[in-house]
Design a protein around this ligand. Structure first.
Ligand SMILES: Cc1ncc(C[n+]2csc(CCOP(=O)(O)OP(=O)(O)O)c2C)c(N)n1
Ligand SMILES: [Mg+2]
Length: 280
């Protein structure tokens, strides 16, 4: 059966709102903004994976270096069939498998425990290097934030990947222009980001972060690049789909109150069906 991917991404966004409302803490803007990229990755056939066999040897490795946006990862994993959607409501609860940052020891499907910004890309490079040494064909997908690019460790990893020509890794940067304290270009200018990565020996591609067809195409193209690591700069809108959150850095780490969540869900439902009625 063909999945309607934009509709699925919108359902994921609705789940994110409900999870954050229930948890009363967490990160709204980045999670909503990356729903289309995650949909392409896990439901659009980009990453090789099997929800029924999370430890499958042939699986690709997905590392969420910007671990704070894990609500989108959890919601996507649930939609992909890794665990029941009902569990999403346990986000950030004591003893839950869905911690505020990913814990790979408790949730099947996670490759790395992340949240300390800057570290995930190094982990991912290590995985890619090890897979290369073992002559395996698995691909490594590493998601990072644009504010996360301020971490020096990102550029150590970038040098390493360039030196060893790790063509089995694709970094996907959530280029949403916000970080915890404001706009990226005010806090610590990143531009020209494309040229920076090119000078570190990476193949750079860009995509509209909300066009699932384009995202899927661009991510798949990176698998065909040999001799270089790839980075995809995904231009996203933080808080995508909820007008009072879009582009606003104050929604980086804030959650909606009951009234705001109702408003957000109404906006998302009017875009693309009502998730509750479909899943009940
Ligand atoms: C090493 C480290 N320093 C600080 C933080 C706190 N922190 C969490 S998210 C964030 C902002 C990151 O910006 P970006 O990657 O652009 O995320 P976005 O706001 O777009 O979700 C910061 C500083 C952290 N998690 N790790
Ligand atoms: Mg950002």
């Amino acid at each position: 059966m063909d999945i309607d991917l934009p509709k699925e991404a919108n359902k994921i966004r609705q789940d994110i709102i409900e999870m954050l409302l229930e948890a009363k803490s967490g990160h709204s803007a980045g999670s909503l903004g990356m729903a289309d990229v995650f949909t392409a990755l896990y439901l659009g056939g980009v990453a090789k994976h099997d929800p029924k066999n999370p430890a499958w040897e042939e699986r690709d490795r997905v590392v969420l270096s910007n671990g704070h946006i894990c609500p989108v990862l959890y919601a996507t994993l649930a939609h992909a069939g890794y665990f029941p959607r009902e569990e999403l409501k346990t986000l950030r609860k004591f003893g839950s498998r869905l911690q505020g940052h990913p814990n790979r020891f408790v949730l099947p499907g996670l490759e790395a425990s992340t949240g300390s910004l800057g570290q995930g890309l190094s982990l991912a490079c290590g995985m890619a290097w090890a897979l290369r040494l073992d002559q395996k064909r698995n691909h490594v997908w590493c998601l990072t934030g644009d504010g996360e690019q301020d971490e020096g460790q990102i550029w150590e990893a970038a040098m390493f990947a360039g030196k060893y020509k790790l063509s089995n890794i694709t970094q996907i940067i959530d280029r949403n222009n916000i970080q915890i304290d404001g706009h990226t270009e005010d806090v610590m200018p990143l531009e020209p980001l494309k040229e920076k990565y090119e000078s570190f020996g990476w193949h750079v591609m860009e995509t509209d972060g909300h066009d699932i067809e384009e995202i899927t195409h661009v991510l798949n193209e990176t698998k065909k690049i040999f001799e270089k690591p790839s980075v995809v700069i995904a231009h996203t809108i933080p808080g995508y789909g909820v007008d009072f959150m879009e582009w606003k850095s104050e929604w980086h780490g804030k959650v909606p109150c009951a009234e705001e969540a109702k408003n957000a869900l109404n906006q998302l439902r009017s875009l693309c069906g009502n998730i509750t009625s479909e899943h009940e």
